[in-house]
Write a protein that binds this ligand. Sequence first.
Ligand SMILES: Nc1nc2c(c(=O)[nH]1)N[C@H]1C(S)=C(S)[C@@H](COP(=O)(O)OP(=O)(O)OC[C@H]3O[C@@H](n4cnc5c(=O)[nH]c(N)nc54)[C@H](O)[C@@H]3O)O[C@H]1N2
Ligand SMILES: Nc1nc2c(c(=O)[nH]1)N[C@H]1C(S)=C(S)[C@@H](COP(=O)(O)OP(=O)(O)OC[C@H]3O[C@@H](n4cnc5c(=O)[nH]c(N)nc54)[C@H](O)[C@@H]3O)O[C@H]1N2
Ligand code: SF4
Ligand SMILES: [Mo]
Length: 695
Amino acid sequence: MTFARRNSDDPGIEEQDPLRVVGDTVATHCRICEALCGILVETDGDQVVAVRGDPSDPVSAGYTCPKGRSLGLLHHDPRRYDAPLLRRNDDLTPVSWEALIGDLDGALRAIIDDHGPDAVGIYSATAAAFDANGKRAAERWHRLIGSKSKYSSGSIDTPCKPMVAEMMTGFAGSVPAIDRENPGLVLLVGINPVVSHGHLNAFPNPVVAIRDLTELGEVWVLDPRTSETAQLATRHIAPRAGTDWAVFAYLVRELLIEGADHPYLAEHADGLSRLAEAVAPYDLTTVGTFADVAPADLVDLLEAIRRHGRVAVQTGTGVTMSAAANLTEWLTWALQIVTHSFDVPGGSWFHPGFLRSLDERRFSPGVGGAEPGPDSRPELPRRLGEYPVSAMLDEIESGNLKALFVLGGNPITAFPEADRTRKAMEQLDVLVVADIFTNQMTRYASHVFACTDQLERSDLPHFIDQFLPIVMTKHARAVVAPKADRKPMWWPFAALGERWGLNVLGDDLTADSATDDDLLRKIGDRSRSDYETIKNQRVVIHTPSQIFGWLHAQVLPEGKWRIAPEPLVEQLAEMSTDPTGLVLIPHRQMRHLNSVFIPTGRTDSAGILIHPQDASTSGIEHGDAVLVRSASGAVEGRASITESIRPGAISLPHGFSETNVGALTSTTVGVDALTGMVLQSGLPVSVERLGDDGD
Ligand SMILES: Nc1nc2c(c(=O)[nH]1)N[C@H]1C(S)=C(S)[C@@H](COP(=O)(O)OP(=O)(O)OC[C@H]3O[C@@H](n4cnc5c(=O)[nH]c(N)nc54)[C@H](O)[C@@H]3O)O[C@H]1N2
Ligand SMILES: Nc1nc2c(c(=O)[nH]1)N[C@H]1C(S)=C(S)[C@@H](COP(=O)(O)OP(=O)(O)OC[C@H]3O[C@@H](n4cnc5c(=O)[nH]c(N)nc54)[C@H](O)[C@@H]3O)O[C@H]1N2
Ligand code: SF4
Ligand SMILES: [Mo]
């Protein structure tokens, strides 16, 4: 089976002028989100004049969103960090990089001497994932100092996905992707690619992508909100928030009775009878009532699956942040396995990666087990070499964590218990913020690494290209020289390492002699191609001989899915189908990414979406000041009354410092036992109108 994409064989893509420098225009790609849209950056000397979509990009095809087009303004924004900063007598002062590293060296040595290396933590967050060299150097430095205190934003985003993948296939990096060439029935559950451009799997040019899927097949959306994606779907079902797991239990139950591929299952699934027992209670009446969906809608969905025979499911944060995240993820996989939809045309393929060629590896299957958490929260699981973020505040408060490096992240808006997070940041002896922009973290930083932005550094999408819709990689070269005294994020880690006799960059590379290219070469040369080719071609597409089937052949233990992992069966047995009261759910907006300020001109606001029925019960009118309370805290905001959200759920985006949804979430209440994930979707809340004077 070959995998030729409709536009991947567009003549010229691979032969085009490598760097495509047209006058002062450079072709590169945006690295704000996983869509990695091709962009053309126009410069005039040091000035970035304009950023627009690159029509020749094989997947984004000229599409960009307002964030990408604002990269030039971001590059020149006066609130950017231009030089390293050191806190002296309460003030952050610009210093030389040497002075900053010298001070940090002394402070970290003292901490390690007194408390050991585990007292030094790193939090590798969203922007670090798009800085291949920076992330690799930071993580290598941290490994070399011997610390176990590693955290990442993955643990407050989607820890269920790698865990369920490992439990069911043996490999945490198994990520199913829709067969977009030959789609049948596609289910999008708690994901809104038209705004987010995907969750794990990227959706560049999303409106066109969804339209293609609806024209070639059908797209059904499950979302308590009439999201922008739901508006384009073949069919939209709006179950009560947090009930998806029961919908999938019902579908699996019914398909096992009629519609499953039993001959395939006999050969390729372990634990089928355990699965059948586990889903047996979830009949139409029980699930229809619990999910508050008309039984006819559920039957229609079931019939659509039977009609197509196969189904491809993609989930997003509406699922991964819910209390039943693990169960929904598991049952969507179970649905796809019982219908023989995985690793076959018309269903989903598993991306073999470009920079990391997964299909050429030898796998030793894992079981999805975990190690104990850190000393202050041993009950929390350590997975894939990381502690969950839900443990970090206790680690700081108990004095176990004394120094923290925040790499391209913003705990104050991303973590639960926003006030407690602020206090914890204050309590640290050393807080290194590696960022490009002044934000809520600045006032707590003891040391600031003023990092180069994406237009100032070269890059490869290491660990990201495997989420693109085709097997390809892209090289980004620096478009402009680093402004002022900004340095690449890898530099301070290399320099610190050198002071301690640690070889962070490998070979004989040193902080002062190495370039972005030298470091990227190590990634590119281990890929399906080599660095020089990738750099020269800029966009390299790989047409694998076998896109379907490699997971069965190389990953699955003895060619079999573990279809009913015991920890998940046990979690399912504990679930209740009693309807919940009002809950909070997340949603994302087009003009900002998490807390990242991007000067798009118009900004999104933190309005609290509320259905007219819930608003009238609480006497709330559009634009009223309201107070939202959870078991852990309260936050004020403005009501935005809309029919687009179903009754029983309100929605507030995260990433805002005033209306900070982190005030409502918790590091203990609702934290998942298997992943340590914080409950961020389906969180019980109440809402009340505030008086005109705000009380
Ligand atoms: N423009 C923009 N793009 C982004 C980001 C951003 O902030 N802005 N953030 C990036 C990041 S870090 C991530 S992780 C991804 C996330 O990408 P997505 O997961 O696609 O995130 P959302 O766009 O919030 O879509 C989640 C959807 O889940 C729905 N939902 C909420 N609760 C439930 C539920 O219980 N059941 C179901 N079925 N649906 C539910 C919400 O209404 C919403 O439409 O987006 C990335 N891209
Ligand atoms: N209640 C609630 N909480 C949530 C969520 C939710 O939906 N609801 N979403 C969760 C999710 S999915 C995520 S991923 C996390 C996000 O959590 P984080 O990753 O911690 O937060 P971001 O706001 O994405 O922070 C990105 C930072 O990177 C900086 N930055 C931008 N470009 C660069 C660069 O090139 N280099 C460097 N070094 N820095 C750069 C930005 O200025 C910003 O400070 O939040 C999580 N928290
Ligand atoms: S969708 Fe927007 S932010 Fe994401 S890569 Fe494309 S232009 Fe950049
Ligand atoms: Mo995320």
